[in-house]
Design a protein around this ligand. Structure first.
Ligand SMILES: Cc1cc2nc3c(=O)[nH]c(=O)nc-3n(C[C@H](O)[C@H](O)[C@H](O)COP(=O)(O)OP(=O)(O)OC[C@H]3O[C@@H](n4cnc5c(N)ncnc54)[C@H](O)[C@@H]3O)c2cc1C
Length: 460
């Protein structure tokens, strides 16, 4: 039975809060907010509400709480675990209008960003003051600071700077009861009780609606060299990561691509692969520093057991061409049809053995494409050939891969979160006592259970 839509009186109340133009109910207008980036998660928003301030968010949350109407916070809608789309006909709370950016505090190397600021806008803003942001992801033009904080996003520079959790110095949020918690001072030393920011980072919209974040910035590193290195196998690439971590202080990113996957990307982009990237396993390595890191990179690479001449990209255009072979994976795979996307981590020393096990554990007739942030032991496992309308087959794939991950002491979600996609598997990585604690925290901060029900926290 489809859930009843929101009461007309509630919609009128919301129109009074945000203005009639910011409550969308026409299915043509709400359609884009109702389906995720992959097309695998599809719902139907009862309405989309677009607040323009923290006070408006609080008023919306209070009104929805009083009517017991559920809300799904949404930023750029690039999340990959079905956590930001209204699968049960909820209201979508779109935060993209919260797009204020403070002046950069150069002395503290910090900035305050509204939840709806896109990563690309943040990067441009701080770049002008000689600083940079420590997290970078391919969908930078769409993904938002609110969504990245809510998912504790990782990306390509975790090896150097850590995930969003390391960058977030303070948070402003509206909790499930409509109260506003705001602690945006960003003091590096501030032991004044519970760290609500740390709790909200990675909470996937289940505890509060993030409206702003105080963010740590890092020095802008203008000198960069990117290299493509080919290896005989994954074990060779893993050994190289260990070596580069020790021998290359300017190591900024180290990404794994495998021959079949990168060939698919090259075909999709219509470009020729350099020999190093035709190797069975290859790394795309970036070094970044305040002075040219080429010599340091060359010296570190000289000790590696490579199977082909490395490709070295020094100019911005050469680097862009090399990086597109890594960043093009998601689009190239999506063009084969909605994939079953799994984002896992395993202890880095077990990467080769895990990847080798996949053809054995997966149901027959399916293709698997693996790539990822090898420096963090984070692999993206994409299984194609499962039609979107066959959820039981998708589930069999998920179970097989997750079992292989857990048997090796890994995590079923490295950076994308749990969302709705993985909630049934949470118990594989979290103990019963931990899940009880999750539920207690959820009840305390979202007493009416209106924020992202069905996401992250398994039903009692
Ligand atoms: C091509 C591609 C590449 C990607 N690469 C990476 C990668 O390298 N690393 C990585 O970590 N992720 C990656 N992602 C996943 C995605 O970009 C991240 O999860 C990102 O952080 C989501 O941001 P968003 O603004 O799009 O959030 P959304 O998709 O809108 O929402 C994601 C989750 O956060 C919640 N949420 C959103 N905004 C708020 C808010 N203001 N307050 C509370 N909850 C909120 C939503 O309810 C949902 O549960 C990739 C996605 C794509 C499509």
């Amino acid at each position: 039975v489809p859930p009843p839509g929101p009461p007309a009186a509630l919609l009128d109340e919301l129109r009074a809060v945000v203005g009639p133009n910011h409550v969308l109910t026409d299915p043509d207008q709400t359609a884009g907010f109702s389906v995720d980036w992959t097309g695998r998660f599809r719902g139907a928003a009862a309405a989309v509400v677009r607040p323009g301030s923290t006070e408006e968010v609080a008023a919306i949350v209070r009104a929805c709480g009083a009517s017991r109407v559920a809300l799904v916070p949404q930023g750029g809608n690039t999340g990959l675990v079905g956590g930001g789309v209204p699968l049960a006909g909820e209201l979508v709370l779109s935060l993209t209008r919260l797009d204020a950016l403070s002046a950069v505090d150069v002395a503290a190397a910090q900035v305050t960003a509204g939840a709806g600021v896109t990563l690309a806008r943040l990067q441009e803003h701080v770049d002008r003051r000689g600083l940079a942001f420590g997290v970078d992801l391919a969908p930078r033009d769409s993904c938002t600071i609110g969504g990245m904080t809510a998912t504790n996003a990782g990306g390509i520079n975790v090896v150097r700077y850590g995930t969003m959790r390391t960058q977030v110095m303070g948070i402003e949020a509206v909790l499930g009861d409509g109260s506003v918690v705001s602690h945006l001072t960003g003091l590096p030393k501030d032991n004044t009780g519970y760290d609500l920011a740390a709790l909200l980072v990675g909470s996937e919209g289940t505890l509060g609606v993030i409206t702003a974040a105080r963010l740590r910035l890092v020095p802008r590193l203008d000198h960069r060299v990117t290299a493509g290195l080919g290896f005989d196998d994954i074990a060779g690439a893993v050994a190289a990561v260990t070596h580069l971590r020790a021998a290359l202080p300017s190591l900024h990113a180290v990404e794994l691509v495998l021959a079949e996957g990168v060939a698919l990307v090259a075909a999709d982009l219509g470009v020729e692969l350099p020999p190093a990237l035709r190797a069975p396993a290859a790394l795309i390595v970036e070094a970044a520093a305040t002075t040219d890191p080429l010599e340091e990179l060359a010296a570190a690479v000289a000790d590696l057991d490579l199977v082909a001449e490395p490709v070295v990209a020094g100019t911005p255009e050469q680097r862009r061409r090399l990086w597109q072979l890594r960043e093009g994976f998601a689009d190239a795979i999506n063009r084969l049809g909605p994939p079953v996307k799994l984002d896992v981590s395993v202890p880095i020393g077990r990467t080769a053995e895990f990847v080798d096990s996949l053809p054995r554990v997966l149901p027959g007739g399916l293709d698997v494409i693996v790539f990822g942030h090898l420096g963090d032991g984070n692999l993206h496992v994409n299984v194609t050939g499962v039609p979107a309308d066959e959820p039981a087959r998708a589930q069999a794939v998920e179970e097989a891969v997750h079992r292989a991950v857990v048997e090796r002491g890994g995590s079923i979600s490295a950076e994308h979160g749990i969302g709705t996609a993985k909630v049934r598997y949470l118990h594989l990585c979290r103990s019963p006592a931990e899940i009880v604690a999750f539920r207690a925290i959820k009840r305390a901060l979202d007493p009416a259970a209106i924020l992202n029900p069905g996401v992250l926290v398994p039903a009692d």
